[in-house]
Ligand binder design. Structure first.
Ligand code: FAD
Length: 409
């Protein structure tokens, strides 16, 4: 039987496996990570390369290691120093961030922890769990759910119809994007107004200046980060900590996120590209669309029309409970508490129930808006590890009071 089993080997699962190994809370033998992708961080690698982004939005302190200085040290060791950091926020290049992840994974043998499978269902035993996967059953004392939200892509209904007809339409984070992107195109339309939409539009416009249109239904807005940095510490976190109503916590977390925004420097790049005529931005929304396997015609609410050989939906994620049937089954079978929005009601240590932990989107109502981000993985790892310490402390206190009672009674 394992001590720890992590479901999902993306940014969160990999970061927490690193924390468990590096802090000595687990040996390699007693820890496994279940994920259908052969390599760690597969979803991250695909999504970030699809956008064409060069820099991360978050600072270099937010990385996969247990301390905040790991990425800086790594940059110094490869003699790139500050060259690979951008702006006063020290945002690392994607290449540096990825190289640091690779080095951590290699140094700590994290890829060897992986079991190539999908989790299907979860069963509670007396003092352990049994996870049913596509490669058989695995028993573990503790489970960490680190499944991300890649199954919650937001795809408009008009686009669903076209994707089913194999038209050149794809969500930027879907597995079909690469195939569509590699096809020959003359004009491209990007739908969305957030950071990924703008980064992709800029990258396409570099390739074919004057042939790209960015269609955004809301006024473009800038924000350095996707939530105020006060959410990284007690200044804002106490707003949710003292709130026992998880419906209210959901409202606070949703309001705290700057959905669909991007940093000022990307705005400057966008303005320059528009001035040079490399791309066009249109405040409009798609009403209907028709197409075949080579092109698509979009009809806007302004009644204008646009035709393109590549349509990319940079429409982000919808607010759904991730994990599909696997999580629904676990909720029913283990009678797990949920907020009105369907998300886990977990304690301060991210325990959804005894021995069952959550991270990423599933931990949002405890960690706050940073939960889905890279730093959220470090916060989750710290809380999960301190749950163990707290538990041992409680057992010690119980034993102590038992002996005290016997001695005095
Ligand atoms: C383009 C882009 C740029 C971003 N930039 C930044 C940034 O600059 N800074 C920042 O802090 N954050 C950033 N983020 C946000 C965030 O860091 C990522 O979304 C992060 O990758 C989420 O990690 P995760 O492990 O929760 O999810 P994922 O990376 O999706 O990993 C979850 C894994 O779980 C697996 N899984 C799911 N269900 C099961 C199952 N039933 N059984 C087994 N395995 C399962 C999936 O296959 C996947 O491999 C960015 C996100 C994107 C998309």
């Amino acid at each position: 039987m394992l001590d720890w089993l992590i479901v999902g080997g993306g940014i969160h699962g990999t970061s927490i496996s690193n924390a468990l190994v590096k802090t000595g809370k687990s040996t390699h033998e007693n820890l496994r990570v279940v994920d259908p992708h052969p390599e760690p961080l597969a979803v991250w690698n695909i999504s970030t390369s699809n956008t064409g982004m060069e820099y991360l939005r978050s600072p270099g302190e937010h990385n996969l290691d247990i301390g905040s200085g790991g990425l800086k040290r790594f940059a110094r060791e490869r003699h790139s120093g500050n060259a690979e950091f951008y702006s006063r926020y020290q945002r690392p290049t994607l290449a540096l961030f990825n190289a640091h992840c690779k080095s951590l994974i290699k140094e700590n043998d994290l890829a060897e922890l992986r079991i190539n499978a999908t989790a299907l269902s979860l069963k509670k035993m007396t003092s352990s769990f049994v996870l049913q996967t596509t490669s058989g059953e695995i028993e573990s004392k503790r489970i960490i759910l680190a499944i991300g939200s890649s199954d919650c892509l937001s795809i408009p209904t008009w686009a669903e119809v076209l994707i089913a007809k194999a038209c050149p339409v794809a969500h930027i984070f879907s597995p079909h994007f690469k195939q569509q992107r590699e096809k020959e195109w003359g004009r491209a339309a990007v739908i969305g107004g957030g950071i990924s939409a703008v980064q992709l539009a800029l990258s396409l416009a570099k390739e074919k200046p004057g042939k790209v249109i960015l269609i955004h239904s809301k006024v473009l807005k800038t924000n350095q980060f996707d939530a105020d940095p006060c959410w990284l510490d007690a200044r804002c976190l106490r707003l949710i900590k003292r709130q026992s109503d998880f419906g209210e916590r959901r409202r606070i977390v949703d309001n705290a996120r700057h959905w669909g925004s991007f940093p000022e420097e990307i705005r400057r790049e966008l303005d320059l590209a528009i001035r040079k005529g490399a791309l066009v931005c249109r405040l409009d929304s798609v009403l209907t669309a028709t197409g075949d396997q080579s092109s698509v015609k979009l009809k806007m609410s302004s009644s204008e029309e646009t035709e393109a050989e590549l349509v990319v939906l940079a429409t982000g994620h919808k607010r759904c409970l991730p994990g599909g049937n696997f999580i629904k089954q676990a909720i029913n079978k283990l009678d797990l508490p949920c907020a009105p929005c369907g998300f886990p009601v977990a304690d301060e240590y991210l325990r959804w129930s005894y021995g069952l932990f959550v991270t990423g989107p599933l931990a949002e109502l405890v960690i706050g808006p940073a939960s889905r981000n890279i730093i959220g993985a470090r916060f989750a790892g710290q809380r999960i590890i301190s749950a163990e310490v707290q538990q041992r402390q409680q057992i010690k206190e119980l034993k102590y009071s038992y002996f005290e009672r016997r001695r005095t009674g």
